[in-house]
Design a binder for this molecule. Structure first.
Ligand SMILES: *Cc1c(COP(=O)(O)O)cnc(C)c1O
Length: 420
């Protein structure tokens, strides 16, 4: 197991950061916390004032190996010196090697590379539609998705996202989506039957194995088992959005391994390259129906991102990181549960898999996840909300027991303060 480096990097820059200037020129699409981070090492980051934080956000479940990890420094340096970008007009050996690693380590057979989670889901939506038209012979293929899901911010993926707050003012949305409650198999069965009318039929089900943004809600085994059966019986494609939970986050390489069910298509992005921009859509051979020219991405699968992502993948195995995720994940969950028992009026459920965990605040108190996150920041701990009432813990996968203990102490202090 590789340890996170602990020594503090060079001193803070003396250039004061000015949020006002920033906001003059950057679009205000994000509600930002009032700090600016400028350096990181292992599971720690430093802001422009030199204040140290324990990073339990990891770029939202993205920085698999933490910050400035030697494996990434080496891979980035090696690849930029050799070749960073060409075009998919040519064969790219690094792309082939990364695809081989993913195929060897998953139920998938073919990989398409792009740059983000939304783009990976867009590719899956296009593939499912083409499969719907050409194989299932449906004139108007419908894709089922779940309430409180999150699939991205492009027009098709924000339509797939079953949360109206993300869609407001962006209509007309993309046709061909239908929503069902998560973990409710009767609703899926009813939708599949009801939507089978005239030229319309369900072609695919797009779903997260654990809902991340929707409040860290794990999928239920019986539900997913039955989803697989329904898809086998009807020919409907089963697509898993593994953008947040894939690549070891749950203690297994893929989220679906926690459910004992394989998808026909799945997507990955956040943790795949340890923080460099990469996305992937992986399918079984039978539904790989794209032909040359039908889908593309200029940056997708370039030598730089694929070379670096491959090194991240290999590091997961070399340093036995999945075992660390399982061990530290249960340590964190047990610690959070112990805190929850001390504050039953304020904290409800603590849930998650591996190193994606949520601490739910009681519905009948005014305390919000954002307030807890804000207070934790003052204590030197970075956390991220997952909806209004769930505080999410997604540290780098190299997090140590010492880091977890420090985070738990900070959470204790935060709750003591907020409930005083
Ligand atoms: C973050 C996320 C996305 C979107 O990924 P981007 O890289 O931001 O486009 C899609 N699905 C899930 C489950 C996510 O967590």
């Amino acid at each position: 197991m590789i340890q996170s480096p602990v020594e503090q990097p060079t001193m803070a820059s003396n250039i004061p950061f000015d949020a006002e200037n920033f906001n003059q020129v950057v679009m205000s699409t994000y509600g930002r916390f009032p700090i600016a981070l400028e350096r990181g090492l292992g599971c720690r980051v430093w802001d422009t004032q030199g204040k140290e934080y324990l990073d339990f956000v990891a770029g939202i479940a993205t920085c698999t190996l933490g910050h400035a990890h030697p494996v990434m420094v080496e891979a980035v340096t090696r690849q930029i010196q050799k070749l960073h970008h060409v075009s998919n007009l040519y064969y790219i050996p690094e792309q082939g090697e990364l695809a081989k690693w993913i195929v060897d380590h998953s139920c998938g057979d073919r990989v398409f590379f792009c740059n983000s989670g939304a783009e990976a889901n867009e590719a899956a939506i296009k593939l499912a539609r083409k499969y719907g038209h050409t194989v299932l012979e449906i004139a108007n293929p419908i894709i089922l998705t779940a309430h409180s899901s999150f699939h991205g911010r492009t027009l098709a993926t924000v339509t797939a996202t079953g949360q109206p707050k993300y869609q407001k003012h962006f209509d007309p949305l993309v046709p061909g989506f239908h929503y069902v409650p998560y973990n409710d198999i009767r609703a899926v069965e009813a939708a599949v039957t009801e939507l089978d009318e005239g030229n319309y039929r369900v072609a695919a089900i797009l779903i997260e194995t654990l809902q991340g943004e929707g409040g860290v809600k794990p999928g239920e085994l019986a539900y997913f088992k039955r989803l697989r059966e329904i898809c086998n019986e009807t020919g409907i494609l089963l697509i898993f959005d593994e953008v947040q939970v894939g690549m070891g986050r749950t203690g297994k390489l893929w989220g679906y391994e926690n459910l004992g069910v394989e998808p026909d298509i799945f997507t990955s992005a956040k943790g795949l390259g340890g923080g460099i921009p990469i996305g992937a859509m992986i399918s079984k051979k039978f539904c790989d129906v794209f032909a040359p020219g039908e889908h593309a991405s200029t940056f997708g699968g370039n030598p730089f991102v694929c070379g670096v992502a491959l090194s991240v993948c290999e590091a997961l195995e070399k340093y036995n990181i999945l075992q660390n995720v399982q061990e530290q994940g249960s340590h964190l969950r047990e610690g959070l549960k112990a805190i929850a028992r001390k504050y039953p009026q304020h904290i409800g459920q603590v849930r998650g898999w591996g190193l994606i965990n949520g601490m739910e605040l009681q519905a009948d108190i005014p305390l919000t996840a954002a307030e807890v996150v804000q207070a934790a920041m003052a204590e030197g701990l970075l956390l991220v909300p997952a909806g209004a009432k769930v505080v999410r813990f997604v540290p780098p996968l190299i997090v140590t027991e010492t880091d977890i203990n420090q985070a738990l102490q900070s959470v204790e202090r935060v709750l003591a303060k907020l409930t005083a």
